[in-house]
Ligand binder design. Structure first.
Ligand SMILES: CC(=O)SCCNC(=O)CCNC(=O)[C@H](O)C(C)(C)COP(=O)(O)OP(=O)(O)OC[C@H]1O[C@@H](n2cnc3c(N)ncnc32)[C@H](O)[C@@H]1OP(=O)(O)O
Ligand SMILES: CC(C)C(=O)C(=O)O
Ligand SMILES: [Mg+2]
Length: 517
């Protein structure tokens, strides 16, 4: 049996079904190109009959993508299959995917037919699709809940009718791994022509088992996995592409199979999908969560510093993430503090480790995560005096309207001084930031700015997250207020207070150097 597992990406079809806002044709094309770079063998680009917009985006993707087979979905209905063929015919290589339900509940309650009727519809649909291409996939929707005799019968007849790939979906994420693997085994044992088609699986995550079920199926002979980037899809989502790809790579010793995925493209593709689909990735998500390669406790950090494979079974670089993060928290130990001080350029003789560690713990208990600037501030013992912010936005007045420049006037308290400035800008936040910039002696550049909402309805708050660059270093600040302009102002003041502290440390270091000379 071939030991390559075909990766069929359905981010733009099943994944897209779960989005709250629609993607433009251009955005779908961007995602398709990322999936192509990622090395997916097949890209399911959409459901062409469903809307003119989807038809257009499938067609555009079919025209553009060269290294993956482009596929479209259709019910077991000629009009759907014809729409698929029309949208896909411009592609170098294309696949028509047609499906019909096979479980009793779907056949009887949803389709309101008998099993013989849906079998006939499936056979006709496959034969019709074969008129347009030799690459036809057929799915038995809700296979996970289909009586095994019916499933065997449908798979055998689908292959006879010309399906070159037969997909076994666990549409509602109902099965558990050895049960699902057992279904696939039974198909291999009972369907006489099974060797004439690729057996595929398409698992949903309602019980959090989509990845485990897919891997279980591969272990008994399935050779195509249908999955999505970040696991997005109907309800609790689909099998996550990055997880199966990394399981197959990391545990090749056990599974003995491989994929064509370019693993180093994983992080980039995940970020793109998350951003364009407005679907944030949970921090603890395997492989692509922001915490997936972070270590926060002292014993783990000590292990990581001695040998990375003590706590990492794959490297962050292997999935395109720059490096492991060692977060400084009140669970951190002395080893990591010493290591961080070294990387900040300090030798052990420059400080007393136990004293610094005690101060660090006190700050970490208060603050949560301690950053490099905080650590240096502890070293120079300026934490205490700087605890009170240097900059404080006392008043702000921002006016804006359509077709007019926005204007902002502010009163900023800087230490003992008050500054009153005003500026115009392209929008309210731009004018506010220009007015603040005039009032401070810091030459910063805004490099990232995001607004999100916290809470809902009238009680909802706007959160501004800002990254500013000062002398090649990035400083993050945030602000939270009912008014997003005020939140944006607070975020900048937060950054400026961090920069002020970094400046003070740099000045102290400079004075120390002069004193030593
Ligand atoms: C498990 C999955 O993810 S399946 C894919 C789900 N994706 C989508 O549904 C997105 C695209 N869908 C759509 O745009 C629309 O639902 C369309 C264009 C397909 C159909 O729209 P409408 O004609 O208005 O029908 P509607 O969606 O309300 O109902 C579905 C109809 O298709 C039938 N149907 C469902 N699956 C199939 C199938 N595989 N083959 C044939 N008919 C089917 C249903 O029985 C129902 O038929 P009925 O009208 O005779 O009762
Ligand atoms: C159309 C099929 C493959 C599907 O998405 C499912 O059954 O979940
Ligand atoms: Mg699905």
């Amino acid at each position: 049996m071939d030991n390559r597992v075909i990766i069929f990406d359905t981010t733009l079809r099943d994944g897209e079904q779960a989005l709250t806002a629609s993607l433009s044709v251009h955005e779908k094309l961007q995602i398709a190109q990322a999936i192509e770079r990622l090395g997916a063998d097949i890209i399911e680009a959409g459901f062409p009959v469903s809307s003119p917009g989807d038809f257009q985006s499938v067609q555009q993707i079919a025209k553009t993508v060269k290294n993956s087979i482009v596929c479209g979905l259709s019910r077991a209905v000629e009009a759907d299959i014809k729409a698929c063929a029309d949208a896909l015919k411009v592609a170098d290589q294309f696949r028509i995917h047609t499906f019909i339900s096979t479980s009793d509940v779907h056949v009887q309650q949803k389709l309101r037919k008998g099993f013989d009727d849906v079998e006939a519809m499936a056979i006709n649909a496959i034969k019709y699709a074969r008129k347009f291409t030799d690459d036809v996939e057929f799915s038995c929707e809700d296979a996970g809940r289909t009586p095994i005799d019916n499933l065997c019968r449908m798979v055998e007849n689908a292959i006879k009718a010309g399906a070159t790939t037969v997909n076994i979906p666990d549409t509602v994420g109902y099965t558990i791994p050895n049960e699902f693997g057992g279904i696939i085994t039974q198909l291999f044992n009972r369907v006489p022509n099974i060797d004439q088609a690729v057996i595929s699986v398409h698992c949903h995550n309602d019980l959090g088992l989509a990845v485990a079920n897919s891997i279980s199926a591969v272990q008994v002979g399935a050779r195509q996995i249908e999955c999505t980037i970040n696991g997005i899809g109907e309800r609790a989502g689909n099998c996550s592409l990055e997880e199966v790809a990394m399981i197959i790579k990391t545990r090749q010793d056990f599974l003995g199979v491989h994929t064509n995925i370019n693993h180093q493209e994983i992080a980039r593709s995940s970020k793109l999908v998350s951003q364009l689909c407005n679907m944030p990735v949970q921090p603890n998500k395997a492989i692509v969560g922001s915490n997936a390669f972070s270590h926060s406790s002292g014993i783990h950090q000590d292990g990581m510093l001695k040998a990375a494979n003590t706590y990492e079974i794959m490297t962050p670089e292997s999935v395109g993430i720059a490096k492991t993060k060692l977060n400084l928290t009140s669970r951190s130990g002395r080893h990591v503090i010493k290591h961080r001080m070294e990387s900040l350029g300090y030798q052990e003789s420059d400080y007393h480790l136990d004293e610094l560690y005690d101060d660090f713990l006190a700050l970490a208990d208060k603050k949560g995560q301690v950053f490099d600037d905080d650590l240096e501030a502890l070293l120079f013992n300026i934490q205490q005096q700087e605890e009170k912010d240097f900059y404080h936005l006392e008043t702000m007045n921002v006016q804006c309207g359509v077709g007019e420049f926005a204007t902002a006037s502010i009163k900023l308290v800087s230490g003992q001084q008050n500054q009153i400035t005003s500026a115009t800008g392209n929008g309210p936040v731009d004018s506010l930031y220009r007015a603040i910039k005039q009032a401070v002696d810091i030459d910063f550049e805004v490099s990232d700015y995001k607004i999100s909402n916290k809470g809902t309805g009238e009680d909802g708050l706007g959160k501004a997250d800002l990254v500013v660059n000062w002398h090649g270093r990035n400083f993050h600040g945030y602000g939270l207020a009912t008014d997003v302009i005020e939140a944006s102002g607070q975020a900048l003041i937060h950054c400026l207070n961090s920069i002020h502290r970094a400046k003070t440390i740099a000045e102290i270091k400079e004075q120390q150097k002069i004193a030593q000379v």
